[in-house]
Design a protein around this ligand. Structure first.
Ligand code: PLP
Length: 499
């Protein structure tokens, strides 16, 4: 508030923003292997940023006032439809992210289910354990339930039988990923599509990560199974330009096989004296900037540009995978996409992520799921910029591996693991409404009394930690039912303090 109480000069403002930015990772450095999709092309960045500012103040909300939005959206949907082998019946919606696209698909599948079966049951989504949590989020917001089924521990893709077995009369939708985020493996969508046809169910392919790269990988001779509208059972697909189409954040697409499906996901309303609402997406007012930037990226690069970038990503991946194997790491799943995940029985991967962090690399430590034979691992999203960075990263990884090997195991690790074992037996199997409400009631009091001590114990009382090994160990060992509310509390506190 102190900064707000006086009016600041432009110089002061920019200096302050630069000061904030200095604490961030640099997305263009090639040192980020998670949530940064970087082509490494200065001209592309310059163009998309110009497009962003050109349309920054225009509002997608009203296509009468700003008809450019309809034209640009059509341009993006056409590219996405053609990449996904859709026909003239396919329609789509531009959204601000994969999560929003998934929300629209869930809304459509849920409404279709309710229209067919009526109210009376909670509609269910059946999906592999590797599906992105935005599916749980959409279900939570829209009153559905999710069932996560195990994946094959070797291929790390879902077995169609597991999906089949989980289907009940309440199933509204099944989901497969192309590829999933944790391991980059592609679920057998062709077989899921057969199940969907046979049981008359909605199948969504979550191609948020792969939609703009798998088609080019296939063209370059990589072994990519079918996952799109070429399979009759696929009802909807999500794919994100802000991932492997390298456009700025705020850009995703959801495609529906039939025009009518979009009726379920579009919201129109004239029940007030204000403006007419026609919202094809979840958000209403949206800047047209990201839309223009995505349109610009797709049309500037075109098919040949994406093929070149995909070839560079493959080159990077083909350096990284054998490099990891030489260091003794196990690559998880069948290697078929743009994400590489690895684990180790000797090297603590949580400590490895921290040591690499000290060297400026952002590699993502992922919790394991012991009961499903999924070990803790490191995830690397490989992008074209890593073609240049791969050797440097592997060299630092070799050094980091050696350092971690020499670190003595700490007592706290054992303690956390032991605590995890005990707590897992204590968490009730049935997390029904009554149990959740009792837990939350207790938690409200506990957080008030012990909140600051919890922050201190987790080492987050003084801001966002960079050393995460212990915290990751905790995520890995304790049951999600315990960790999730704790995480929520910590995040609320961090945001409240602004550090
Ligand atoms: C497979 C998958 N689906 C959906 C999403 C959600 O996308 P967003 O972060 O754009 O909301 C992600 C994000 O990484 C993802 O990997």
């Amino acid at each position: 508030m102190e900064f707000f109480s006086k009016s600041c000069s432009k110089e002061e403002i920019l200096a302050k923003l630069k000061e904030y930015a200095a604490g961030d990772a640099d997305p263009h450095s090639g040192k980020l292997f998670t949530i940064a999709f970087e082509a490494g092309l200065d001209d592309l960045r310059e163009l998309t940023h110009r497009a962003l500012t050109l349309f920054a103040d225009k509002n997608i909300l009203d296509f009468l006032e700003f008809p450019s939005a309809i034209k640009m959206e059509k341009g993006i949907i056409d590219v996405a439809t053609s990449l996904m082998h859709g026909d003239e019946e396919v329609v789509g919606t531009y959204t601000f992210g994969g999560t929003e696209s998934v929300f629209l698909a869930v809304k459509a599948a849920r409404d279709q289910f309710i229209l067919k079966r009526g109210l009376g049951v909670y509609p269910e989504i059946i999906m592999p354990v590797t599906a992105h949590p935005c599916w749980d989020k959409a279900a939570e917001y829209m009153g559905l339930l999710t069932k996560r089924v195990p994946v094959d521990p070797d291929t790390l893709t879902v077995q169609p039988d597991s999906i089949s077995r989980a289907i009940t009369d309440s199933t509204a939708m099944i989901v497969g990923s192309a590829p999933n985020w944790p391991f980059g493996t592609i679920d057998p969508i062709a077989e899921l599509a057969e199940i969907a046809v046979e049981k008359n169910l909605w199948l969504h392919t979550d191609a948020c990560v792969g939609g703009f790269i798998l088609p080019f990988m296939k063209k370059l001779g990589e072994d990519i199974p079918d996952f799109d509208f070429s399979l009759p059972g696929v009802s909807s697909i999500s794919l994100d330009p802000h991932k492997y189409a390298f456009s700025p954040h705020g850009s995703s697409v959801v495609l529906f096989r039939k025009s009518f499906y979009k009726m379920y996901s579009t919201f129109s309303n004239i029940r007030w004296p204000g403006y007419v609402i026609i919202n094809p997406a979840v958000l209403s007012t949206r800047s047209a900037g990201p839309l223009a930037a995505a349109w610009a990226a797709l049309h500037y690069l075109g098919e040949s540009g994406y093929l070149d970038l995909t070839a560079r990503m493959i080159k990077a991946r083909n350096k990284i995978v054998p490099g990891l194997q030489r260091l003794g790491y196990r690559i998880l799943g069948r290697q078929s996409s743009c994400i590489v995940a690895f684990s180790s029985q000797e090297v603590n991967v949580f400590k490895l992520a921290d040591v690499m962090g000290e060297k400026g690399w952002w590699i993502l430590a992922q919790r394991g799921i012991e009961e499903m034979n999924i070990p803790p691992s490191i995830h690397l999203t490989v992008t074209p910029i890593h073609d240049k960075a791969a050797e440097h990263m592997l060299k630092d990884l070799e050094d980091a591996t050696e350092r971690v090997r020499q670190m003595p195991p700490s007592d706290v690790e054992d303690m956390i693991q032991g605590m995890g074992l005990i707590m897992r037996t204590m968490v009730p199997e049935d997390m029904g409404l009554e149990t959740i409400s009792a837990m939350l009631g207790r938690m409200e009091k506990d957080m008030e009394t012990h909140g600051p001590r919890i922050m201190k114990a987790l080492g987050v009382d003084k801001g966002v930690p960079r050393e995460m090994a212990m915290i990751n160990e905790m995520f890995n060992s304790l049951p999600p039912e315990i960790v999730e509310p704790l995480l929520t509390y910590v995040a609320i506190e961090l945001y409240r303090r602004g550090d």
